[in-house]
Design a protein around this ligand. Structure first.
Ligand code: ADP
Ligand code: MG
Length: 729
């Protein structure tokens, strides 16, 4: 066997589990110990400062420089007592993941020595030298610099020796250069719009919180095998590899026991998460071999997004300790399930009501139907945008593949809710909403059964499903920043709720009762939004045809999908909700196209190199062996016998030539396609060129390599095979 592969397989197979280092304490004893949370604030801030900071967090009131100074002093003391020497502003650039630049606390003391310092000014605002972060030309057009600014609503935390301060990242002219800024704005938009609508039902509501519960899927691969696969190391996905004879057909991995090595990894990961106040709750195997899932208890969405990003970082680090590499790519292996990140999304009031839960009485249920109908319409109107919000070069491999929904956004509601909505839609206001003598509101559609919560049918093929008290946006990619999906969803829903409020107010001003007005508007919404409701099999071919008939967006070219961000409807929606302006939307699309191009470009390069330097040489070496074999047969045996004996080796020799020639020709065609795509100036056009002219080669080259993998002597094949990569012992 090829040395590199042989050694890697041996190393992986002999690997002993690395024991997790978890102290013998209750989780609650160390939970949040590395977070400057309210408990820490109470201990390290004066009563007055504590009050002002928590008010800022709860109500978004501004924090003065003086208060920031007090907070900074408290955080510094807290952090230094925990061995911290550095600090960083931690932000979410438009690439996936997070960015940080560490500075030490030390400053000159003016007397030749050093003192530790951390002022409110540094806490509140910094100028990272960020010219290398993608900005879609924003910073060039406006102002050469961007700055990061403290987000007090997400608490500071400690990673190793560094204090991390969650921040937004914006240009000097105020355009967002990150995900957090528009996320916070979209949360505020939902708060305002949903609060207004809630007031139709309950005047006491003062705040609406958006909740997010993410479920993170991922793969683990042994470090040695990962190192022996340049494609995994450079692109996080296997660009070649024939399916293993056994992969997930037996469905034994999902129900199987978690391997010891993985269990130890999970224990360590959970310990690290708890210290950072990430409330992880569920861990299990996923469908594919080596695939796992991790899910926390849901939290306020901004915090949940930070926690997910932090978790992705933690996973990568903790995996190393256990000689694993974690793959967050949406489709690391062909022929087995890919990874998503389900975004469980819901809205709640400060009065303790979950707005997407069916209520106990008819008034509550009218409110429930109000929110469901508005969400249906928002998702219907902006289905193309929502798809754009989850689209990327990597997620494109998952959506549309046969285990994932196609690149079409639809909503699954389940039979119970469908029935209730249908009855509501088909009744008259008089039947539907009855105000009796005691001024009690009755919903003619009857009670919504309490059973519902546990009884929602699980349609795994839907990209956006109602699951009893929340919607589950399942099309989100495993490597994505959840904020992207949330920004689009929150803004669309907020804009819709604003419109609903306006329409109801208008009808009331014309003399309709509140209930009648609400009924009339909802009734209309349910009719218009019908096409978005689909409970059938989202994987089926028929659905794509049907969806097109319904006028849903079925575009599946990622560069073109991004156009949905800058349609007049999207620009108006984002502007009306004050989440993003037209300039930002255009600039951010530039970044998306650039990212898309780069990812495909790297894959094409890696595949080209591997083809020419690994696959073709090995194939020819094996072919030479066969040729020698044939020559010797010819020497030793009479013609008649030679013909019989050489038939099979000759067939293989020819087949190798055929595949090698095809690979060679296609690699060179792909290089030409890349070269001409690279000459395209416009970011959008370039991404389209990569999509249309480069990507097709990735599959067609792979086909020939995978055929060769089945032909070439196993001992010679240089790259670890699927059967070696995919089954952790
Ligand atoms: P599934 O059955 O879909 O695999 P779970 O029932 O374990 O998942 O829940 C998945 C996620 O949904 C968890 O992160 C959980 O915290 C979250 N979740 C539950 N209820 C809500 C809610 N009301 N709003 C937002 N997220 C929620
Ligand atoms: Mg789920």
């Amino acid at each position: 066997m090829s040395n590199l592969r042989f050694n890697a397989v041996k190393e992986a197979n002999n690997r002993k589990p690395v024991e997790a280092v978890v102290p013998e304490m209750k989780t609650s004893d160390y939970y949040g110990s590395n977070v400057f949370n309210r408990k820490a604030m109470k201990n390290y801030l004066s009563k007055e400062t504590y009050k002002l900071v928590t008010e800022a967090i709860d109500r978004g009131t501004p924090i003065s420089r003086e208060v920031a100074n007090h907070v900074a002093a408290g955080i510094r003391m807290w952090a230094m007592e925990r061995g911290v020497t550095h600090y960083t502003h931690w932000f979410h650039p438009l690439t996936d993941g997070t960015a940080e630049k560490h500075d030490a606390f030390v400053e000159h003391d003016g007397a030749g020595g050093m003192i530790e310092e951390f002022s409110g000014k540094i806490l509140a605002q910094q100028e990272p030298d960020a010219s290398s972060f993608p900005s879609g030309g924003l910073r060039n057009t406006f102002e050469a610099r961007g700055y990061s600014a403290w987000d007090p609503s997400s608490p500071a935390f400690i990673m190793d020796d560094t204090l991390c301060i969650p921040t937004v990242f914006i240009s000097y002219t105020g355009e967002a250069l990150d995900y957090k800024t528009p996320l916070l704005k979209s949360l505020e938009a939902v708060n305002n719009a949903a609060k207004d609508v809630c007031h139709f039902f309950d005047p006491d509501v003062k705040k609406i919180t958006t909740f997010l519960g993410w479920e993170q899927e991922y793969f683990l691969v042994d470090e040695a095998l990962y190192a022996a696969r340049p494609d995994l190391a450079l692109t996080e996905r296997t660009l070649m590899g024939h399916e293993s004879a056994k992969n997930q057909q037996l469905e034994d991995h999902y129900f199987g026991a978690i391997p010891r090595r993985v269990q130890e990894f999970m224990k360590d990961l959970e310990f690290e998460s708890y210290k950072l106040g990430i409330p992880v709750k569920t861990r299990h195997n996923e469908v594919a071999p080596n695939q796992f899932e991790l899910a926390p208890i849901y939290e306020e969405a901004n915090l949940a997004v930070d926690h997910n990003l932090l978790m992705m970082t933690l996973m990568k680090r903790v995996a190393r300790r256990h000689n694993f590499r974690v793959l967050l790519h949406e489709k690391p292996f062909k022929g087995v399930n890919g990874s998503g990140k389900h975004n469980n999304w819901s809205l709640g009031t400060d009065t303790g009501i979950m707005l997407l839960s069916p209520g106990k009485d008819t008034r509550e249920n009218l409110r429930f139907i109000t929110f469901i109908a508005n969400i249906l319409l928002a998702v219907y109107k902006h289905n193309a945008l929502l798809k754009a919000s989850i689209s990327s070069a990597t997620n494109a491999h998952r959506l549309g593949a046969n285990e994932a929904p196609p690149a079409i956004v639809s909503i699954f509601l389940g039979s119970q809710i469908n029935e209730i909505l249908d009855r509501f839609e088909n009744s008259t206001p008089k039947d539907a909403i009855i105000v009796d003598d005691k001024k009690e509101l009755k919903l003619g559609v009857g009670q919504i059964p309490e059973l519902l919560l546990d009884n929602t049918d699980r349609n795994r093929t839907s990209p956006f499903a109602f699951t009893g008290n929340r919607f589950e946006f399942r099309a989100v990619g495993s490597s994505a920043n959840c904020a992207s999906a949330l920004i689009a969803l929150n803004s669309a829903v907020a804009a819709q709720l604003q419109e609903f409020k306006k329409e109801v107010d208008t009808l009331m001003s014309k003399g309709k009762s509140k209930e009648e007005a609400i009924f009339e508007v909802l009734n209309q919404y349910l009719k218009i939004s019908k096409p978005i409701r689909f409970d059938g099999n989202g994987y089926s071919k028929e659905w794509k045809i049907e969806a097109q008939k319904r006028g849903l967006d079925i575009e599946d070219s990622v560069p073109l999908i991004y156009d949905a961000y800058t349609t007049p409807e999207s620009v108006k929606m984002f502007t009306d909700t004050h989440v993003m302006n037209s300039v930002e939307l255009h600039a951010r699309n530039e970044v998306k196209w650039e990212m898309y191009t780069k990812k495909v470009q790297i894959e094409a390069r890696v595949l080209g190199d591997l083809s020419l330097n690994h696959i073709i040489p090995v194939s020819m070496r094996y072919q030479t062996l066969l040729l020698e074999n044939v020559a010797k047969i010819k020497q030793l045996y009479p013609e008649k016998q030679y013909k019989i004996m050489a038939a099979e080796p000759l067939r293989i020799i020819e087949s190798i030539s055929l595949h090698v020639n095809e690979i060679n020709a296609k690699v060179h065609q792909m290089i030409d396609a890349r070269k001409s795509a690279n000459r395209v100036e416009d970011a959008r056009e370039k991404a389209i060129a990569y999509h249309d002219t480069v990507i097709p080669f990735l599959d067609s080259i792979r086909y020939h390599i995978d055929e060769l993998e089945l032909t070439i002597d196993n001992e010679m094949w240089p790259l670890p095979k699927y059967r070696e990569l995919l089954f952790i012992r």
